[in-house]
Design a protein. Structure first.
Length: 64
């Protein structure tokens, strides 16, 4: 039986087209020292690069 890697399932989500989406790191503390532009861009979700996505998708055999 294939099992889902829970550590990967908590950190990544699948988009509607099957691509992996991740949060921007470093956005939970020390926000006063970050610029507005930095915070605005960090608030958006990002796509995982294609080369990094393949092994992560193997950890999610049943999707999310």
């Amino acid at each position: 039986m294939q099992k889902t890697k829970k550590s990967v399932a908590k950190r990544f989500k699948l988009s509607a087209k099957g691509k992996l989406v991740r949060r921007t790191p470093g956005f939970r503390h020390l926000l006063a020292s970050k610029s507005t532009k930095q915070k605005r861009r960090a608030s958006r979700d990002k796509l995982v690069a294609v080369g990094h996505a393949a092994p992560l998708l193997r950890c999610l055999p049943h999707g999310l």
